[in-house]
Ligand binder design. Structure first.
Ligand code: FES
Length: 53
């Protein structure tokens, strides 16, 4: 889920196991919003990266 925290866009992730966590809502590679990605196990996968695999 993507949310704004002030001027920052943040993705809040509820993994299949473990604690909820939040990250900057962009991947390090091409700045794609991680909030458009997929939760996989205990991490979130970039949408563009997932489309390539
Ligand atoms: S484009 Fe997001 S990880 Fe490569």
């Amino acid at each position: 889920m993507g949310v704004y925290c002030g001027r920052w866009s943040v993705v809040v992730v509820r993994p299949e196991a473990g604690l909820v966590f939040a990250l900057d809502d962009r991947c390090k590679h091409r700045q794609v919003p991680l909030s458009r990605g997929m939760v996989s196990g205990t991490f979130i996968r970039c949408l563009l990266w997932a489309m390539r695999s």
